[in-house]
Design a protein around this ligand. Structure first.
Ligand SMILES: C[S@@+](CC[C@H](N)C(=O)[O-])C[C@H]1O[C@@H](n2cnc3c(N)ncnc32)[C@H](O)[C@@H]1O
Length: 211
């Protein structure tokens, strides 16, 4: 990741919640968590956790969470918001070399992370590696788009993704029962010059084989 990208999220820190509310609603995480059919007493990873959009909703359902993010200030903001009873372990690290042992978690979630990583297929392989057999990976991210200001102003690395490419990367990572669908919500942003962007959000989910 380039320095400017790292600095972007480090400088935002606790301000991410307010920005995020302008970009997308809670409908995206509800869809993601619904696809995983999460159960209390299990363990999830939230990769590129930011200030805890997914983490907080999982913790509220009694799921333990390992929250991974490359930005220390994002994790500091997440930690400051946690309820005392929340079972959340924050780890600073890279999505392409996750600081989590093989076969550890029941679920891996990543919301709006993939378009920031250097190698999306490498990140997906990592997210699959940490799943227990039978575990579920759920990704929510942007459909392919052509809004250059999301790269120049928001430090996105990829202008979203074709859903077929996501499907291929899931299969290459050894995942089965791969499904890709609309998350039922859009991501909205306005550039510094007033250009508006409305981009579809997809949800992709699949399982690590059980045996
Ligand atoms: C757009 S924010 C999304 C945060 C959160 N998932 C949410 O939905 O609110 C992207 C997050 O990914 C983190 N990030 C970007 N590249 C990363 C990488 N290579 N490894 C780990 N985290 C990364 C950023 O620091 C930031 O917190």
């Amino acid at each position: 990741m380039s320095n400017s990208r790292e600095e972007y999220f480090d400088q935002i820190g606790s301000g991410w919640d307010e920005l995020r509310e302008g970009f997308f609603t809670d409908a995206t995480r509800e869809k993601a968590i619904g696809c995983a059919e999460v159960r209390a007493g299990t363990l999830a990873a939230d990769v590129g956790a930011g200030t805890g959009y997914i983490t907080e909703a999982l913790a509220a359902r009694g799921v333990g969470v390992i929250a991974v993010d490359s930005s220390e200030s994002m994790l500091t903001a997440l930690t400051a918001k946690l309820q005392p009873e929340a079972d959340v372990d924050c780890r600073q690290g890279d999505a392409e070399a996750l600081p989590i042992e093989d076969g550890t978690v029941d679920y891996t979630f990543a919301n709006m992370l993939l378009h920031h990583v250097e190698s999306p297929p490498a990140a997906i392989r990592e997210m699959a590696r940490i799943l227990k057999p039978g575990g579920t990976l759920v990704l929510t991210d942007l459909d392919e788009h052509d809004f250059e200001f999301l790269v120049t102003e928001h430090h996105d690395r990829w202008k979203g993704f074709e859903r077929d490419r996501i499907r291929e990367w899931f299969v290459e990572a050894g995942l089965v029962d791969v499904r890709v669908d609309c998350a039922g919500a859009d991501c909205c942003a306005v550039s510094g010059t007033g250009e508006g962007a409305t981009v579809g959000i997809f949800v992709a989910w699949a399982h690590r084989p059980s045996g």
